[in-house]
Design a protein around this ligand. Sequence first.
Ligand SMILES: *[C@@H]1O[C@H](CO)[C@@H](O)[C@H](O)[C@H]1NC(C)=O
Ligand SMILES: *[C@@H]1O[C@H](CO)[C@@H](O)[C@H](O)[C@H]1NC(C)=O
Length: 195
Amino acid sequence: MLSTVFALSALAVVSHSLAIPVESADRIELASCPFPNNTATALNMYSCSNSGDTIEVKWVRITDLNGVDMYPIDPRKPFILELVAFNNGPDYEDNKVDVRVFEYQKSWSTGQCGWAEIPTFGALNGIDGCEFAHNCPLTSGDLDLKIELDLSPYSNIISMLTANSAIQLNISMKDFNPGSKHEEITCVVAQLKIN
Ligand SMILES: *[C@@H]1O[C@H](CO)[C@@H](O)[C@H](O)[C@H]1NC(C)=O
Ligand SMILES: *[C@@H]1O[C@H](CO)[C@@H](O)[C@H](O)[C@H]1NC(C)=O
């Protein structure tokens, strides 16, 4: 009995001394940002609503290369962004897609959480929107666009991403019809969790 009491008080001493590292772990937890827009559990997307855009994206799905839904996303593996959309404009023979990547981070200077751009060194610019899905021309009316995003060759980009954080993909598709001025035809923001 007495030895039990001793053992318990010894445990109490141990947990007191353990309390210090636990507290500093708490502070690290407090310093990180919450997942915005419920991205902890599901993808959030919205249109940039830029004037002049002719293709309206209704919803976005992210799958692996076999079309199987995937969430959260593993940025070390290629994945497919599927955009279900409606084209109010003409047929587009050719298009190119630019993707910008942001991560939800706490600003060192302001202490506020916000989207900080991850430099991609142009790696995600000028993606051929026709090549992967073989669905060009993009005709007027309903569209199902599939864009393959593969960051796996860019370990320098992946190394800048924090595991289990929220990232934002800003996806802009441009008209590459002959004679076009490469105007934006659609723009969508996708916010999601990576692991
Ligand atoms: C959350 O999504 C809305 C649109 O659905 C957007 O306006 C807002 O900026 C998003 N918040 C963050 C923190 O990105
Ligand atoms: C996303 O990028 C496009 C093209 O650069 C820009 O027009 C749009 O305003 C951006 N949207 C957001 C939410 O950053």
